[in-house]
Write a protein that binds this ligand. Sequence first.
Ligand code: GRF
Length: 210
Amino acid sequence: MILDKHEKGSTLRIAVLASGRGSNFEALCKGDTGNGRISLLLTDNENADVLRKASELGVEGIYLSPGRYRTKFGEAEEMEWTRLLKDRGIELVCLAGLMRIIKGSILEEYEGRIMNIHPALLPSFPGLHAQKQALDHGVRITGCTVHFVDAGIDTGPIILQKAVHVKDDDTVETLSSRILEQEHIAYSEAVKLYCGGTLPASQGHIFKRE
Ligand code: GRF
């Protein structure tokens, strides 16, 4: 995958895809994303808090059916999502708590232009419940990772990471909340880097992990 670098100067339209609370969406809307502008929120959950946040923040928020599966898109539905992203002129897609795997037309259309935020220092603790995985393993440092999305689960090229120390008395809740603070900083920083066309050259390659 050759990662696309945005041309310096012009405004870049960004869509956030989310399923739930939407704190990263809000942080992206309020943060410094350089030339990037969050212009669309797409969700697979009509009751998601993130939809309410979008309307409060004046961002177009749309629920679109994901199809009949629980953790992936139906083929036809994913094509609808892709069509909408293209119709709105979206150039960068940011996943922020989307509880679904992207494998079909969105990935084909936007490969190298889809980011995700994960609440652990990848490649450690991919998948669900990353904060609990970190506690269960007894690591002393964990954190968050912003990475490009490929066909695997949390396996794409890493853009940036923030470390968080684990305290002796941490619970999943206390640790998650300190990681979340760092997520909110990291995501805007990564988007700003992308939009400024200043991602380091090493981010231009896939690191294949088996
Ligand atoms: C975050 O912890 C993010 O790392 C993970 O899903 C959660 C979404 O939280 N991918 P929010 O909806 O942005 O508050």
